[in-house]
Design a protein around this ligand. Structure first.
Ligand code: G4P
Length: 290
Protein backbone atom coordinates (compact mmCIF):
# COMPACT_ATOMS: atom_id res chain seq x y z
CA UNK A 1 0.00 0.00 0.00
CA UNK A 2 1.34 3.40 -0.91
CA UNK A 3 0.39 6.23 1.37
CA UNK A 4 0.63 9.79 0.11
CA UNK A 5 1.75 11.82 3.07
CA UNK A 6 0.53 15.38 3.32
CA UNK A 7 1.33 17.75 6.21
CA UNK A 8 -2.09 17.08 7.76
CA UNK A 9 -1.48 13.32 7.71
CA UNK A 10 1.89 13.76 9.35
CA UNK A 11 0.47 15.94 12.13
CA UNK A 12 -2.31 13.41 12.71
CA UNK A 13 0.11 10.46 12.72
CA UNK A 14 2.36 12.24 15.16
CA UNK A 15 -0.54 13.13 17.46
CA UNK A 16 -1.88 9.57 17.39
CA UNK A 17 1.48 8.20 18.47
CA UNK A 18 1.94 10.83 21.14
CA UNK A 19 -1.52 10.00 22.59
CA UNK A 20 -0.49 6.36 22.76
CA UNK A 21 2.81 7.18 24.44
CA UNK A 22 0.84 7.96 27.61
CA UNK A 23 -0.38 4.36 27.72
CA UNK A 24 2.89 2.56 27.21
CA UNK A 25 6.27 1.93 28.85
CA UNK A 26 8.38 1.36 25.75
CA UNK A 27 8.39 1.93 22.00
CA UNK A 28 9.55 -0.68 19.51
CA UNK A 29 10.91 1.28 16.57
CA UNK A 30 10.73 -1.03 13.57
CA UNK A 31 13.19 -0.56 10.69
CA UNK A 32 13.95 -2.52 7.53
CA UNK A 33 17.37 -4.17 8.01
CA UNK A 34 18.18 -3.64 4.31
CA UNK A 35 17.74 0.12 4.64
CA UNK A 36 17.92 0.94 8.37
CA UNK A 37 18.44 4.66 7.82
CA UNK A 38 16.09 5.20 4.90
CA UNK A 39 13.29 3.34 6.69
CA UNK A 40 13.56 5.69 9.68
CA UNK A 41 11.24 8.56 10.39
CA UNK A 42 13.23 11.82 10.34
CA UNK A 43 11.52 13.19 13.47
CA UNK A 44 11.55 10.02 15.53
CA UNK A 45 13.55 11.40 18.48
CA UNK A 46 11.27 14.40 18.78
CA UNK A 47 8.09 12.31 18.46
CA UNK A 48 9.09 9.76 21.09
CA UNK A 49 9.92 12.42 23.67
CA UNK A 50 12.54 10.35 25.46
CA UNK A 51 10.34 7.26 25.90
CA UNK A 52 12.45 4.11 26.35
CA UNK A 53 12.99 2.53 22.97
CA UNK A 54 14.09 -0.74 21.42
CA UNK A 55 15.17 -0.53 17.78
CA UNK A 56 14.19 -3.70 15.94
CA UNK A 57 15.58 -4.24 12.44
CA UNK A 58 13.09 -6.45 10.64
CA UNK A 59 13.51 -8.49 7.44
CA UNK A 60 16.98 -9.52 8.63
CA UNK A 61 16.51 -12.67 6.51
CA UNK A 62 16.90 -10.47 3.40
CA UNK A 63 19.77 -8.33 4.69
CA UNK A 64 23.53 -8.90 4.62
CA UNK A 65 24.31 -10.32 8.10
CA UNK A 66 27.68 -8.52 8.30
CA UNK A 67 26.04 -5.20 7.53
CA UNK A 68 23.31 -5.95 10.09
CA UNK A 69 25.99 -6.46 12.77
CA UNK A 70 27.55 -3.14 11.84
CA UNK A 71 24.18 -1.41 12.07
CA UNK A 72 23.59 -2.93 15.50
CA UNK A 73 26.96 -1.50 16.65
CA UNK A 74 26.12 1.85 15.04
CA UNK A 75 22.83 2.18 16.93
CA UNK A 76 24.39 0.87 20.16
CA UNK A 77 27.08 3.53 19.86
CA UNK A 78 24.27 6.09 19.70
CA UNK A 79 22.95 4.69 22.97
CA UNK A 80 20.05 2.68 21.53
CA UNK A 81 19.28 -0.93 22.29
CA UNK A 82 18.97 -2.69 18.97
CA UNK A 83 18.31 -6.17 17.62
CA UNK A 84 17.53 -7.85 14.30
CA UNK A 85 14.61 -10.20 13.60
CA UNK A 86 12.79 -11.94 10.79
CA UNK A 87 9.07 -11.60 11.41
CA UNK A 88 8.13 -13.72 8.43
CA UNK A 89 9.49 -16.86 10.10
CA UNK A 90 9.63 -15.55 13.68
CA UNK A 91 13.41 -15.84 14.03
CA UNK A 92 14.50 -13.94 17.18
CA UNK A 93 11.05 -12.39 17.56
CA UNK A 94 10.47 -14.04 20.92
CA UNK A 95 13.65 -12.42 22.24
CA UNK A 96 11.88 -9.06 22.06
CA UNK A 97 10.02 -9.45 25.41
CA UNK A 98 13.33 -10.33 27.11
CA UNK A 99 15.04 -7.24 25.68
CA UNK A 100 12.07 -5.11 26.75
CA UNK A 101 12.27 -6.48 30.28
CA UNK A 102 16.00 -5.82 30.36
CA UNK A 103 15.54 -2.23 29.22
CA UNK A 104 12.81 -1.58 31.77
CA UNK A 105 14.60 -3.33 34.58
CA UNK A 106 14.90 -0.16 36.69
CA UNK A 107 11.23 0.66 36.31
CA UNK A 108 10.26 -2.88 37.33
CA UNK A 109 12.62 -2.74 40.34
CA UNK A 110 11.10 0.58 41.43
CA UNK A 111 7.60 -0.94 41.32
CA UNK A 112 8.77 -3.86 43.44
CA UNK A 113 10.56 -1.43 45.80
CA UNK A 114 7.29 0.43 46.34
CA UNK A 115 5.59 -2.84 47.26
CA UNK A 116 3.65 -2.97 43.98
CA UNK A 117 3.08 -6.12 42.00
CA UNK A 118 5.00 -5.56 38.77
CA UNK A 119 2.52 -5.50 35.90
CA UNK A 120 3.20 -6.50 32.31
CA UNK A 121 5.28 -3.92 30.46
CA UNK A 122 3.32 -2.16 27.72
CA UNK A 123 4.77 -1.64 24.25
CA UNK A 124 3.83 0.12 21.03
CA UNK A 125 5.28 -0.73 17.63
CA UNK A 126 5.98 2.23 15.33
CA UNK A 127 7.42 2.42 11.83
CA UNK A 128 6.92 3.59 8.27
CA UNK A 129 4.57 1.63 5.96
CA UNK A 130 5.76 -1.79 4.82
CA UNK A 131 8.51 -2.38 7.39
CA UNK A 132 6.50 -5.31 8.70
CA UNK A 133 4.58 -3.88 11.67
CA UNK A 134 1.48 -6.06 11.16
CA UNK A 135 3.57 -9.15 10.50
CA UNK A 136 5.50 -8.59 13.73
CA UNK A 137 2.34 -7.91 15.76
CA UNK A 138 0.78 -11.12 14.46
CA UNK A 139 3.98 -13.03 15.18
CA UNK A 140 4.22 -11.72 18.76
CA UNK A 141 0.52 -12.38 19.30
CA UNK A 142 0.82 -15.89 17.89
CA UNK A 143 -2.34 -15.32 15.85
CA UNK A 144 -3.76 -13.10 13.16
CA UNK A 145 -4.83 -9.92 14.92
CA UNK A 146 -6.02 -8.07 11.84
CA UNK A 147 -8.58 -10.77 11.10
CA UNK A 148 -10.83 -9.94 14.10
CA UNK A 149 -11.37 -6.35 13.09
CA UNK A 150 -12.25 -7.29 9.55
CA UNK A 151 -15.53 -8.96 10.47
CA UNK A 152 -18.41 -6.73 9.35
CA UNK A 153 -20.24 -5.08 12.22
CA UNK A 154 -17.37 -5.53 14.64
CA UNK A 155 -15.94 -2.21 15.67
CA UNK A 156 -12.43 -2.70 16.75
CA UNK A 157 -11.26 -0.55 19.61
CA UNK A 158 -7.71 -0.44 20.80
CA UNK A 159 -6.76 -3.65 22.52
CA UNK A 160 -3.83 -5.07 24.43
CA UNK A 161 -2.26 -8.24 23.19
CA UNK A 162 -0.57 -10.42 25.79
CA UNK A 163 2.91 -11.56 24.79
CA UNK A 164 3.88 -14.12 27.43
CA UNK A 165 3.25 -12.97 30.98
CA UNK A 166 5.49 -9.93 31.08
CA UNK A 167 4.65 -7.88 28.02
CA UNK A 168 1.54 -6.40 26.46
CA UNK A 169 1.38 -4.85 23.04
CA UNK A 170 -1.04 -2.34 21.56
CA UNK A 171 -2.75 -4.11 18.68
CA UNK A 172 -2.56 -1.12 16.33
CA UNK A 173 0.90 0.16 15.41
CA UNK A 174 1.92 3.77 15.02
CA UNK A 175 2.39 4.55 11.32
CA UNK A 176 5.15 7.05 10.53
CA UNK A 177 6.24 8.80 7.36
CA UNK A 178 9.64 8.34 5.74
CA UNK A 179 12.13 11.10 5.03
CA UNK A 180 11.11 12.82 1.81
CA UNK A 181 13.74 15.49 1.32
CA UNK A 182 16.48 13.07 0.38
CA UNK A 183 16.01 11.65 -3.12
CA UNK A 184 18.24 8.66 -2.39
CA UNK A 185 15.99 7.64 0.49
CA UNK A 186 13.08 7.41 -1.95
CA UNK A 187 15.10 5.26 -4.33
CA UNK A 188 16.31 2.95 -1.59
CA UNK A 189 12.77 2.45 -0.31
CA UNK A 190 11.62 1.82 -3.87
CA UNK A 191 14.37 -0.80 -4.30
CA UNK A 192 12.91 -2.72 -1.36
CA UNK A 193 9.39 -2.37 -2.76
CA UNK A 194 8.20 -0.09 0.06
CA UNK A 195 7.46 2.71 -2.42
CA UNK A 196 5.62 1.74 -5.53
CA UNK A 197 7.24 2.14 -8.92
CA UNK A 198 4.58 4.45 -10.30
CA UNK A 199 5.95 7.26 -8.14
CA UNK A 200 9.55 7.01 -9.33
CA UNK A 201 10.95 6.07 -12.71
CA UNK A 202 11.63 2.32 -12.81
CA UNK A 203 14.87 2.73 -14.78
CA UNK A 204 16.17 5.21 -12.23
CA UNK A 205 15.35 2.84 -9.36
CA UNK A 206 17.11 -0.01 -11.16
CA UNK A 207 20.08 2.26 -11.89
CA UNK A 208 20.57 2.93 -8.17
CA UNK A 209 20.10 -0.77 -7.42
CA UNK A 210 22.73 -1.84 -9.97
CA UNK A 211 25.10 0.82 -8.69
CA UNK A 212 24.89 -0.51 -5.13
CA UNK A 213 25.16 -4.10 -6.34
CA UNK A 214 28.13 -3.31 -8.57
CA UNK A 215 29.89 -1.48 -5.75
CA UNK A 216 29.35 -4.00 -3.01
CA UNK A 217 27.88 -7.23 -4.33
CA UNK A 218 29.43 -7.61 -7.80
CA UNK A 219 30.08 -11.39 -7.53
CA UNK A 220 26.40 -12.05 -6.73
CA UNK A 221 25.21 -9.82 -9.58
CA UNK A 222 27.70 -11.30 -12.04
CA UNK A 223 26.75 -14.84 -11.12
CA UNK A 224 23.01 -14.24 -11.35
CA UNK A 225 23.15 -12.70 -14.82
CA UNK A 226 26.29 -14.38 -16.18
CA UNK A 227 28.18 -11.07 -16.47
CA UNK A 228 31.89 -11.04 -17.28
CA UNK A 229 33.08 -7.47 -17.06
CA UNK A 230 32.72 -5.48 -13.86
CA UNK A 231 32.36 -1.71 -14.25
CA UNK A 232 35.77 -0.03 -14.27
CA UNK A 233 34.42 2.73 -12.08
CA UNK A 234 31.11 1.95 -10.31
CA UNK A 235 30.64 5.69 -9.68
CA UNK A 236 30.53 6.29 -13.44
CA UNK A 237 26.89 6.45 -14.60
CA UNK A 238 27.72 5.29 -18.14
CA UNK A 239 29.39 2.20 -16.76
CA UNK A 240 26.31 1.35 -14.68
CA UNK A 241 24.04 1.77 -17.69
CA UNK A 242 26.41 -0.51 -19.61
CA UNK A 243 25.94 -3.18 -16.91
CA UNK A 244 22.14 -2.72 -17.13
CA UNK A 245 22.36 -3.21 -20.88
CA UNK A 246 24.46 -6.36 -20.42
CA UNK A 247 21.80 -7.69 -18.08
CA UNK A 248 19.09 -6.81 -20.60
CA UNK A 249 20.94 -8.66 -23.37
CA UNK A 250 21.46 -11.72 -21.17
CA UNK A 251 17.73 -11.83 -20.47
CA UNK A 252 16.63 -11.16 -24.05
CA UNK A 253 15.19 -7.70 -23.37
CA UNK A 254 15.72 -6.41 -26.90
CA UNK A 255 13.96 -3.87 -29.04
CA UNK A 256 13.95 -3.83 -32.83
CA UNK A 257 17.40 -3.03 -34.16
CA UNK A 258 19.02 -4.88 -31.26
CA UNK A 259 18.78 -2.02 -28.78
CA UNK A 260 18.27 -3.07 -25.16
CA UNK A 261 14.84 -2.54 -23.63
CA UNK A 262 16.07 -0.92 -20.42
CA UNK A 263 12.62 -0.64 -18.91
CA UNK A 264 12.08 -4.37 -19.18
CA UNK A 265 15.58 -5.10 -17.87
CA UNK A 266 14.93 -2.75 -14.94
CA UNK A 267 11.75 -4.63 -14.05
CA UNK A 268 13.68 -7.92 -13.98
CA UNK A 269 16.50 -6.47 -11.85
CA UNK A 270 14.10 -5.04 -9.27
CA UNK A 271 11.90 -8.13 -9.12
CA UNK A 272 14.92 -10.33 -8.52
CA UNK A 273 16.44 -7.96 -5.98
CA UNK A 274 13.20 -7.87 -3.95
CA UNK A 275 12.86 -11.63 -4.14
CA UNK A 276 16.36 -12.01 -2.67
CA UNK A 277 17.77 -13.64 -5.81
CA UNK A 278 21.17 -11.99 -5.33
CA UNK A 279 21.40 -13.31 -1.80
CA UNK A 280 21.17 -11.20 1.31
CA UNK A 281 21.72 -7.56 0.40
CA UNK A 282 21.90 -4.39 2.49
CA UNK A 283 21.50 -1.22 0.48
CA UNK A 284 23.07 1.24 2.89
CA UNK A 285 25.90 0.98 5.35
CA UNK A 286 26.46 2.96 8.53
CA UNK A 287 29.91 4.02 7.28
CA UNK A 288 28.45 5.56 4.14
CA UNK A 289 25.34 7.36 5.29
CA UNK A 290 24.62 10.29 3.05
P1 G4P B 1 3.37 -2.88 7.67
O1 G4P B 1 2.32 -3.39 8.60
O2 G4P B 1 4.51 -2.24 8.38
O3 G4P B 1 2.86 -1.98 6.59
O4 G4P B 1 4.02 -4.14 6.92
P2 G4P B 1 3.45 -5.63 6.74
O5 G4P B 1 3.44 -6.35 8.02
O6 G4P B 1 2.19 -5.57 5.95
O7 G4P B 1 4.61 -6.26 5.83
C1 G4P B 1 4.95 -5.75 4.55
C2 G4P B 1 5.53 -6.86 3.70
O8 G4P B 1 6.76 -7.29 4.28
C3 G4P B 1 4.68 -8.10 3.61
O9 G4P B 1 4.89 -8.67 2.33
C4 G4P B 1 5.26 -9.03 4.65
O10 G4P B 1 5.02 -10.38 4.40
C5 G4P B 1 6.73 -8.71 4.48
N1 G4P B 1 7.52 -8.98 5.71
C6 G4P B 1 7.28 -8.54 6.96
N2 G4P B 1 8.25 -8.94 7.80
C7 G4P B 1 9.15 -9.63 7.06
C8 G4P B 1 10.39 -10.28 7.36
O11 G4P B 1 10.92 -10.25 8.49
N3 G4P B 1 11.03 -10.89 6.31
C9 G4P B 1 10.53 -10.89 5.05
N4 G4P B 1 11.22 -11.51 4.11
N5 G4P B 1 9.36 -10.28 4.73
C10 G4P B 1 8.69 -9.66 5.72
P3 G4P B 1 3.91 -8.44 1.13
O12 G4P B 1 4.63 -8.83 -0.10
O13 G4P B 1 3.33 -7.07 1.18
O14 G4P B 1 2.76 -9.38 1.41
P4 G4P B 1 2.82 -10.97 1.41
O15 G4P B 1 3.69 -11.37 0.27
O16 G4P B 1 3.36 -11.43 2.70
O17 G4P B 1 1.39 -11.31 1.22
Amino acid sequence: MTIQWFPGHMTRARRQIQDKLKLIDIVIELLDARVPMSSRNPMIDEILQGKPRLIVMNKADLADPRATDRWISFFSDQGHACMAVDSSTGTKVMEIPDRVKELLHDKISRMIGKGMNPRAMRALIVGIPNVGKSTLINRLAGRNIAATGDRPGVTKGQQWIKVGTEMELLDTPGILWPKFEDELVGYRLAMTGAIKEQILNIEDIAFFAVRVLAQRYWPALAERFGLDTPPKDPEDADEIVRVMEDIGRKRGCLLSGGRVNLEKASGIILRELRAGKFGRITLEEPERIN
